[in-house]
Design a protein around this ligand. Structure first.
Ligand SMILES: *[C@@H]1O[C@H](CO)[C@@H](O)[C@H](O)[C@H]1NC(C)=O
Ligand SMILES: *[C@@H]1O[C@H](CO)[C@@H](O)[C@H](O)[C@H]1NC(C)=O
Ligand SMILES: *[C@@H]1O[C@H](CO)[C@@H](O)[C@H](O)[C@H]1NC(C)=O
Ligand SMILES: *[C@@H]1O[C@H](CO)[C@@H](O)[C@H](O)[C@H]1NC(C)=O
Length: 334
């Protein structure tokens, strides 16, 4: 509208400034002179405004993924707006980001909501064969294609829509961060270098309690911790939008909850993954899988050293995250 009015004004002043110009040509000359300007100088030429979905996704899969991404944008936008409104005075902000400055988390959420979406791709064709493994609902393609995520069929059954927020017995403290499409895809987006810039990573250990502990002692990492960003966005949406002023934080229960189970199995399989990745470098993938299973069963981690840890795969819900060049264990995380 603004651009249009200024074109009209430009045209008007051109006509006035050149009284010899035939009146009946004024409109045509205005269009001819001014129309190319906006496109040739468009500051955002070539912007990708929607997350690209690969042609391998059929109509059903595409509809699901698009809806999930829309919901991811919804919670990211709310997280951003919550920080913009309340800054570090928000108790939810302080809970997850401690004393850290607001700019960094604000930026990640703004990026996901309104940033250029080039360099990301969601596909459905299972190019790495990982979807065949029981329990895999999707995976980041890692070194095979850092900007790509594969969504496997179980996602369409497992991931809940945002309308279900605070339903199904889900709570922030005890529920899985990938229970809703929005939380799941937020995590998947943060892994893509075009979004997380290799800066957002898995730093906290131990899900909800791990995230809260990090905010107290190491908040400069909280603002770029993938799990923290997920929890914050979910809690803000639950509190601000789904059940206004109330939300569904819940009370963390250390035993007999899915979150607690995930925590302990994650700690165990983290050790196992180191064993698996070192084994995989010299042995067949199936041997690595067997070794991962064995060390997981034994619950011991003799092979793990701190230098090794940086080089190993990390289990995350139903899939592994491995550094470039490190082969994925073939068995999904326990
Ligand atoms: C799309 O693929 C899914 C399997 O992921 C299948 O169940 C569904 O029937 C397909 N839909 C269409 C419209 O082809
Ligand atoms: C919030 O930010 C202000 C300005 O930087 C700072 O003075 C204050 O200590 C911060 N409060 C908390 C709780 O982090
Ligand atoms: C990358 O591709 C290879 C070969 O297809 C496959 O074995 C490996 O598991 C893939 N990596 C990931 C992270 O899926
Ligand atoms: C903060 O977290 C990072 C990443 O986990 C870790 O490398 C660092 O040692 C931690 N710092 C403190 C003071 O705990």
């Amino acid at each position: 509208m603004v651009a249009y009015s200024s074109l009209v004004l430009l045209g008007a002043s051109a006509a006035v400034a050149n009284p010899l110009f035939p009146r009946q040509h004024t409109a045509a000359s205005t269009v001819t002179v001014t129309a190319p300007l906006p496109s040739s100088t468009a500051w955002n030429a070539g912007a990708v405004n929607d997350y690209p979905i690969h042609a391998s996704c059929n109509a059903t899969q595409k509809a699901y993924i698009q809806k999930g991404l829309k919901e991811t944008i919804t919670i990211s936008r709310q997280a951003r707006d919550h920080i913009l409104r309340w800054g570090n005075s928000s108790s939810i902000y302080q809970k997850y980001f401690g004393k850290a400055a607001t700019g960094e988390p604000l930026g990640w959420f703004a990026k996901i909501a309104d940033g250029n979406k080039a360099g990301t791709l969601f596909r459905c064709d299972n190019p790495d064969g990982n979807c065949a493994q029981t329990g895999w609902a999707g995976h980041w393609r890692g070194s095979n294609a850092t900007g790509e995520t594969v969504i496997c069929d179980p996602s369409y059954e497992l991931r809940r829509p945002l309308e279900g927020m605070c339903g199904h017995g889900w709570t922030v403290a005890n529920g899985a961060t990938n229970f809703y499409w929005a939380g799941d895809l937020l995590h998947r987006l943060l892994h893509m270098p075009a979004v997380g810039e290799g800066h957002v990573e898995h730093y906290s250990v131990g899900k909800y309690p791990g995230v809260l502990a990090m905010a107290k002692t190491n908040s400069s990492y909280s603002v770029k911790d993938s799990d923290t960003l997920q929890y914050f966005a979910l809690e803000v949406y639950a509190h601000d939008v789904a059940v206004p002023g109330v939300g569904c934080v819940g009370t963390y229960t250390a035993t007999s909850t899915p979150a607690a189970a995930a925590t302990s199995s994650r700690a165990a399989s983290s050790a196992a993954s180191s064993a698996a990745s070192s084994a995989a470098s010299s042995a067949a993938a199936s041997a690595a899988s067997a070794s991962a299973t064995a060390s997981r069963a034994a619950g011991a981690a003799p092979a793990v050293t701190s230098s090794r840890a940086a080089q190993s795969c990390t289990p995350h819900d139903d899939h592994w995250h491995c550094p470039p060049g490190v082969p994925q264990p073939t068995a999904p995380p326990a």
